[in-house]
Every structure is written in C-alpha cells, then in structure tokens.
Design a protein around this ligand. Structure first.
Ligand code: SF4
Ligand code: SF4
Length: 277
C-alpha cells in the first residue's frame, strides 16, 4: 500500500505479470514483527467509494472527514485533485492505525485491501495490452512466503475487493475517459465541482437539494428520495452529473419546461452543457 521505496515503472517492467488464477504466498498477522509497519509514512489514495465507506463508519459528514483525515496535494502537473489519507505530521502514522491493527478494518480503503498486490490497467484491454496484477515487495513487509498460499482470485475475495470494484466502476470509467488526455488542467471552477462531486458527497447532496439543480434536471421522485438518504445513489448521480458537465455527455436530462423556457436563447442548450444553478 506504499509508494515508499517503489519505483512503479521499474516494478511494471520487472515484476512477473500475474492473473487471477496465479498463486501468491503471503500472510499478514499480528504476530509478525512488522505488524502495523505498513500503516506509516505511506501514500494511500482514496476513491469516492473509499470516502463514502470511511466517513459512514466514522459517523462523519464528508466535509468533516476531509478536513480531519485527508490531504489533497497539488502540483502543476496534476490535472485533477487526488485525495490521500493525512498521516500524522509527527509520528507519520495513519490516523486509523491502533495497537490492534487497522481501527477501521471493515471499511479500510481499496489500496489497503489490495496490498501487497498491485494492479496495472491499460485504458482498454486489448490483445496486445491487458491488465495484470503484480506483487509489491517492500523490505519492511515480512508477510511474503508465509502461509499456504492462495490464488489471486481467492485473495481478492477474502479482501472484499469485489464490492469496491463494483461500486468504484463509474469513477474508474470517469478517470479513464479520453477527456483527461488533454494538456490543460481543469479550470478552478470545474476543479471545485469535480472535488465536490467525487469526494465531498454530503456537500454535493446540499448542492442538489439547496440550489436549482432539481428544478433543472429531470429526476423521478423515487430517485430523488433515494439520493436524499442513500450515499451510493447520490454517488451515482454525482458521476452522471460530472460526465454531463465535463464531457458534455447526455447522461442527465434537462426538464422540458426549462428547455421550453429557454427556447430561443442562443447557446443555452448546447448538448451536454451544464446549466447554471
Ligand atoms: S486505513 Fe487502516 S490499513 Fe490503511 S493505512 Fe490506515 S490503518 Fe493501515
Ligand atoms: S505483513 Fe506486511 S502487510 Fe502485514 S503488517 Fe507486516 S508489513 Fe503490513
């Protein structure tokens, strides 16, 4: 789960490429002298679904979660914001690690579940280029070569990865979109919109219910009720709205009454253009 001593390009070049039926021999338990060593000074990137799970487990609003537990490092090369767990500035420990291990184990993020497996995925699987798993071997981790071993498929099932993949699929699709091949980063307004919709879900909910969003977009009553209380439904809507607003895809329907009222106002209904709230 670390990018500490790992040089990803070299790993991708040198590591054996593994598929789901390949076997790995690895066991992590509290008896090891390295117990919890991997939960320190490490870059854990969080996905929208990671945050949804963690903030619910902690009983926090997403804005509060982000303030307390996340950082969003920014560099000029970065096109979009990424969110990482904020390590303690002095001890460098993850805020969730306890003497007994991960304090949010059942809701730990995807990256922590995967470790020591890495996943390399091309934009599209083709005959020439296919996704593969690889093993991350770090000196600090003494779990390699222990236990009876299992297939990668079994490992992923044990770590509960399937649920994360299913819930994370819309975000993955968003990230793999050709839109991001462009050179320039998002402008500040779009960056803010992206940040809110992906990571600050409770703020996105307020945006939906407290602006003209529902006056503009055609959502049926059942869906409106679902997004009022269900974070997973809200996250789906957030992904749809980002695709509509950023990629100009027709993933959202503007209400006919709004279109009729605007008829004749040039440029207002460009396909996929985000209406102002
Ligand atoms: S979230 Fe849990 S497993 Fe992941 S680094 Fe923190 S303590 Fe370790
Ligand atoms: S075996 Fe590896 S994953 Fe498990 S506690 Fe030790 S360092 Fe962490």
């Amino acid at each position: 789960m670390s990018d500490r001593p790992i040089a990803p390009k070299e790993i991708l070049r040198d590591s054996p490429r593994l598929g789901s039926e390949d076997r790995i021999t690895f066991r992590c338990d509290s008896g090891l002298d390295c117990y919890n060593a991997c939960c320190r000074d490490v870059s854990i990137v969080l996905t929208p679904y990671d945050i949804l799970r963690m903030k619910a487990a902690l009983g926090l609003d997403s804005s509060e979660f982000l303030r307390k537990y996340a950082i969003s490092p920014f560099s000029k090369e970065q096109k979009i914001p990424a969110i990482l767990i904020k390590m303690d500035p002095e001890s460098k420990r993850c805020p969730f690690v306890t003497e007994q291990g991960c304090g949010i184990y059942d809701h730990r993020p995807w990256a922590c579940r995967m470790y020591p497996l890495g996943l390399a995925e091309p934009k599209q699987n083709t005959a020439q280029e296919r996704g593969f798993y690889f093993l991350i071997r770090e000196e600090l981790c003494h779990g390699h070569g222990r236990g009876p071993g299992c297939t990668i498929r079994e490992w992923l099932a044990e770590q509960g990865i399937e649920q994360y993949e299913m819930m994370g699929a819309p975000f993955k699709d968003l990230m793999l979109h050709d839109f991001w091949d462009r050179e320039e980063p998002l402008d500040p307004k779009a960056m803010e919109m992206y940040f809110m919709a992906c990571y600050d879900l409770d703020r996105f909910r307020r945006f939906v219910f407290e602006t003209r969003f529902l006056e503009l977009f055609d959502l049926d009553e059942a869906r409106i009720e679902a997004i009022r209380s269900d974070d997973a439904d809200l996250m789906d809507l957030a992904m749809q709205w980002l695709r509509f607003s950023l990629f100009r895809e027709k993933t959202m329907r503007i209400k006919k009454t709004v279109l009729d009222a605007r008829r004749g106002a040039p440029g207002e209904e460009r396909a996929g253009a985000a209406p102002s709230m």
